[in-house]
Design a protein around this ligand. Structure first.
Ligand code: XIL
Length: 320
C-alpha cells in the first residue's frame, strides 16, 4: 500500500514561456511520470485559481487530464487543495461577499470539486497552511478564517467527507516536519476536531527542505505523535534545494548532502506506521518552482533538467 508520488507540473506562475504545459507537451516527462510513480498530485491544477476561475465557471480540463492519466497508469491521486490563503482567484479575494455568501461559496466549491472526483482521489489536502510559523491561525491572510472564523475549517472537512466518503482528508503544511510550535498547533487542533467527531484522517508534511538548514531529525518522532492520535501521515511535497553553485553545476558534496536529506525523509516515513504516501514536488529541475521562489537556491529535484538521475534519485530507489 505504500505509494511514491510526484507533483505534476503545470499552471505554475514560475513556468517560463519556453515551456508550454509540460504535462501535455513533454513526452520524455510524461514517460517518466508514468513509469516511476504510483501516485500523482496536481501541482496547481486543482487550486481555486485554476479550477474555479470565475464565480459561475469551473475549468476541469487540466485536473481531469491528470486524473485520467493516473487511472490509465494505475496511479492514485492526491487532491490539492480546498481551503488555502494562496492562489485564490481575484473574483473571490476582491469580491464583496457577505458571510453567508462566502460560506455557501466554499461549500459549493468543495461539493462540486470533491464530488466530481469522488472515489478517484486517495487523499485530499482539505486545509492547506492554516497556521503561521508561530503556530497562530492565519486570521489575516486566509480569507475563510478571517471572514468566517476558525469553525470553517471543521466545516470544510465535513463537506469534503459528504462529497467523497472514501477520500482520506488531510491537513497539509510546510515547516511542520519537526516537533515545533507550528506542528504542535496542528497536534492540538486535530485532537480537538477528533473529539468533536470531525472527519479528519491525516496530517501531512510538505517537506520543502533546504541544505542551508539542518535536517529535521525529529521528523520520525513528529509523524509518530500524529499516528498516536489515530491519523495517517504523509510526505507530500518533498524537495531539497541548495545554494546555486558559482560554476552553475552542483558539487559532489552538495549532491551527496541533498541525497542524504531525501533518503532520511523517506526513511522516517517508512519507519512510521500509517505513513503510506510519499510524494516529491516534481522530479526534474526543468520545471521546479524553487529558483523563482527562493532567491539564490535551486537544483532541488532528483533529476537534472535533462532528466539525468542524481544521487538523490538513487538514494530513494535504494531505500525503497
Ligand atoms: C507552488 C507551485 O509549485 C508553484 O507552481 C506555484 O506557482 C505556487 O505554488 N506549498 C504548497 C504548494 O502547498 O501548493 C506550493 O506549490 C508550494 C508550497
Amino acid at each position: 500500500g505504500f505509494v511514491v508520488g510526484t507533483a505534476v507540473a503545470g499552471g505554475g506562475h514560475h513556468l517560463s514561456q519556453d515551456y508550454p504545459d509540460p504535462f501535455t507537451y513533454d513526452r520524455e516527462y510524461r514517460k517518466i511520470l508514468a513509469r516511476q510513480f504510483s501516485s500523482v498530485s496536481p501541482e496547481n491544477q486543482m487550486k481555486w485559481d485554476h479550477i474555479h476561475p470565475e464565480r459561475d465557471r469551473y475549468d476541469f480540463a487540466q485536473a481531469d487530464a491528470i486524473v485520467e492519466f493516473a487511472e490509465r497508469h494505475r496511479q492514485v491521486v492526491r487532491g490539492h487543495t480546498l481551503l488555502w490563503h494562496s492562489q485564490n482567484p481575484e473574483w473571490l479575494e476582491q469580491g464583496d461577499f457577505s458571510q453567508e455568501e462566502l460560506r455557501a461559496l466554499l461549500r459549493e466549491h468543495i461539493t462540486t470539486v470533491v464530488g466530481r472526483y469522488a472515489g478517484r482521489i486517495q487523499q485530499w489536502d482539505v486545509a492547506n497552511e492554516i497556521f503561521d510559523d508561530q503556530g497562530r491561525l492565519r486570521t489575516q491572510d486566509n480569507i475563510w478564517i478571517r471572514e468566517l472564523g476558525p469553525g470553517i475549517v471543521a466545516d470544510a472537512f465535513r463537506w469534503a467527507h459528504e462529497a467523497d466518503p472514501e477520500a482520506k482528508l488531510f491537513f497539509n503544511d510546510y515547516n511542520v516536519e519537526g516537533v515545533n510550535a507550528k506542528s504542535t498547533a496542528y497536534h492540538a487542533l486535530v485532537q480537538d476536531l477528533l473529539a468533536q467527531g470531525v472527519p479528519v484522517d491525516g496530517f501531512s508534511v510538505q517537506a520543502h527542505l533546504s541544505t542551508r538548514y539542518g535536517f529535521p531529525g525529529d521528523l520520525e518522532d513528529n509523524l509518530r505523535r500524529f499516528h498516536a492520535l489515530g491519523l495517517e501521515t504523509a510526505v507530500t511535497e518533498l524537495d531539497v534545494r541548495m545554494d546555486l553553485p558559482e560554476s552553475g553545476v552542483p558539487t559532489a558534496e552538495q549532491e551527496r548532502k541533498q541525497a542524504d536529506y531525501y533518503r532520511r525523509t523517506l526513511e522516517a516515513c517508512l519507519a512510521v506506521e500509517g505513513c503510506d504516501s510519499f510524494t516529491i514536488w516534481g522530479f526534474t529541475d526543468k520545471y521546479s518552482w524553487v529558483p523563482v521562489f527562493f532567491e539564490g537556491e535551486g537544483f532541488a529535484n532528483v533529476m537534472t533538467e535533462d532528466f539525468h538521475r542524481k544521487p538523490a534519485f538513487h538514494a530513494l530507489r535504494d531505500t525503497l
